[in-house]
Ligand binder design. Sequence first.
Ligand SMILES: [Zn+2]
Length: 420
Amino acid sequence: MCDYTKSIQDLPSSTQERIGKDINTYISSYERKQSVKKCYDRQLSYFAQGKKLPFSEDDFRTAFRAKNFFKDLDDCGSWLEFRHYTDYDKTKLHHGNFCKRDKLCPACAVRRAYKQQNKFMSIIEENPDFLDRDWYYIVIPVRHSIQDKFEDVMALIEKMKKKISMQMRNSRRRGTGGFFSRFDGGMFSIEVTHSTNGWNVHMNLLMNAPKRSTARTARPFGRTDGRNALGGLKEHTQIYKGKKKTTYSSPELSDWLRQFNDSHINSVTPLDFSNKEEIRGNLVEILKYALKFSDLTDQKLIEVFIKTRKKRLFGTLGNLWGKGLENISLDGDEELTGEFIELIFTRTFFVQGIPTDVPTYQLYKREVKKEEVNPILFEHTFGIVVPKIATHKKYYNSAPLIMIPRGGGGNARYAIRKKE
Ligand SMILES: [Zn+2]
């Protein structure tokens, strides 16, 4: 379907990998969204038939009412500009059009997680005292049954979230206790899946506390003689895929959780923050929450999308608050100076000028030498301007023939032209 590997085979393998991975993400994401769109149409016909659905017609219409909703979803990643900066051996997704609806768009969810991960790494690099703290990865599922509605399970987790931040705040102001009073900050994400036992909603937390040796003794740190400072953790040993696996849970946290529909299960893992790879690995667990939406069926995905409108499924607490992790921009990556190889990826619905139903993917390439960097500036225009094929041929050398329909129409929203 997409013979782009030829165009990039002379680039470093890490660049090929990055570009190949991104392109495949956008292609599969497009396919998934087509299936969600069909499901959306089915819901419309169910309403017309008077069928009872797990959401009201009003809520359904409100959630999808944004102008160009599906057009933006469709156009996400229909045009991507990568740059491989030869001086730095770095590859960046320089520009592109993104729908930014990461609950419905797996590609935007991947991009958000990736950008948040980089942001977090730069935060701890700029504030090295974060490395000198004890970090924990905590997972708390809410107890539920097959009969429970999504909104009821969701309401419990939101209540839990409120109580956690209240406990942390009260501990700072008044020195009151409780499991979460030990932490100075962290971040959380709310993950949703659905299985034979109904809606599984759980909270992932990445929390930090002062190092045991420097712990403020006025705080109720419980037993500090063991391997942890969390008032004692219970060890569980399981055999998982033939390997022995040790997990920990907190009896104190179990007791606290009882107030939420008698929940009690929890997992608390002390992390090694001296190891960058381990930090990245654990971060992914927290940040991939939006990606989990793609495991839901189209119908369930639409239900969650409607019912989590205006709800925060990711946030920061205490000392991680206000450091820019919540409002990550999905726009292009920062521009570097120097020579680069530019690769433009497009999705069109034309083969040699003839409209088709199935998308055609193209990747083409040009090298921008040092002396050209300034005089040749490209401007990417969404909408009206459609360039002549000859203009492209002049600048892109090893590319497959670019097919952009003249006169616009269809999905031809992108254009590349020389800045006058
Ligand atoms: Zn998107």
